[in-house]
Design a protein around this ligand. Structure first.
Ligand code: 5AD
Length: 340
């Protein structure tokens, strides 16, 4: 851990050793360093991003995901551009200055429509950042969205190990294309987010070592890490959930590796443990991403079982968050929270 902090690099074998033999003391030690780093960069301020989950229609069939196309138990929904705008307006009033538009890979929204939505949000709220999380698109589509004003893009690589990727996705999906997309996003000047699920089926310490090496070389501005949680209507329904402790440890190690990275304490972390997001912040996370979707659709965007905050209104989530952060000595920042 000291070596990582000093060199901002470990060899693959060193990662494997660290990830397969850590103790609670090691985790606490890493968390202490990570938290010192995030406090030196961000003080006691936590950035918030309002997520609008605007469609749960998806053409993909990822084995882990509750909104995969084969799941016929999902009531599919799509928000209109006006409804999306309304969510952002409400979010603005609540102090959000970043809006994350997330959906399944739903081709019923043309790229022109998506560009229009981005332009309208930026026109209505010029002091806000727009983050997109729409999956794999073409270079030209990413480019048009960037020109329409999108600032950031979240696309988890899921795993840096191609053979592992192929165990999580049907053959029609491609690890090479996923990696190509991430390269495009960086090239186009997006603040780019990659990330993984901790404890996804077939994941080994070697896989995570590769993920850490990928983070080191790609230098994502954002890293999304949460535990894998099974969903009852997927092929992975009987797989064990990921480790809460390992997730926290990895948050700390990511903070140490990339001191300026924007690192959310994810909803999945808050789902696996009631105080998971607070513990995530204490382990080095500096971002929280509450939901701004209309209450009527929240239960339909279930990527995994028992997802938290699906019964609450946006204002309730905002208040709850404020309180949770205060309880551990942190404050919610009203700002875009760009990568430095
Ligand atoms: N458990 C945890 N995370 C999941 N995701 C999708 N399904 C699950 C699950 N069952 C994550 C993926 C995806 C992100 C939007 O949500 O990493 O990239």
């Amino acid at each position: 851990i000291d070596k990582l902090n000093r060199d901002k690099h470990l060899e693959k074998e060193e990662w494997v050793t660290l990830l397969s033999g850590y103790t609670d003391d090691d985790r606490a030690y890493a968390a202490g360093i990570a938290r010192e780093i995030s406090n030196s960069r961000f003080g006691n301020k936590i950035f918030i991003r309002g997520i609008v989950e605007f469609s749960n229609v998806c053409k993909n069939d990822c084995y882990y995901c509750g909104i995969r196309r084969s799941n016929t138990n999902v009531q599919r929904y799509r928000l209109t551009p006006d409804e999306i705008l309304d969510c952002c307006d409400e979010g603005y009033e609540l102090g959000f200055r970043t809006f994350v538009l997330q959906s399944g890979e739903d081709k019923s929204y043309t790229n022109d429509t998506l560009c229009d939505i981005v332009r309208r949000i930026k026109a209505a709220h010029p002091d806000c950042a727009v983050t997109l999380s729409l999956g794999e698109l073409t270079y030209d589509e990413y480019k048009a969205l960037r020109e329409a004003g999108a600032d950031r893009y979240l696309l988890r690589h899921e795993t840096a190990d191609k053979a592992h990727y192929e165990k999580l996705h049907p053959a029609e999906m491609s690890w090479d294309n996923r990696m190509e997309c991430l390269k495009y996003l960086k090239e186009l000047g997006y603040q780019t987010g990659a990330g993984i699920m901790v404890g996804s089926p077939y994941q080994t310490a070697e896989c995570i070592a590769e993920d850490m090496l990928f983070f080191e070389s790609f230098k994502p501005e954002m890293i999304g890490i949460g535990p894998f949680l099974p969903h009852k209507d997927t092929p992975f329904r009987d797989e064990p959930k990921g480790s809460y402790e390992l997730t926290l440890f990895l948050l700390s190690l990511c903070r140490i590796l990339l001191p300026d990275v924007l690192l959310p304490a994810t909803t999945a972390l808050g789902t696996i443990r009631p105080n998971g997001r607070e513990e995530g912040v204490k382990a080095g996370a500096n971002v929280i991403m509450p939901n701004l979707s209309p209450t009527a659709v929240r239960k339909k965007y279930m990527l995994y079982d028992n997802k938290i905050c699906t019964g609450d209104e946006s204002a309730q989530c905002r208040g709850c968050l404020e309180m949770r952060m205060k309880s551990i000595g942190y404050e919610v920042a009203v700002s875009r929270g760009d990568h430095i």
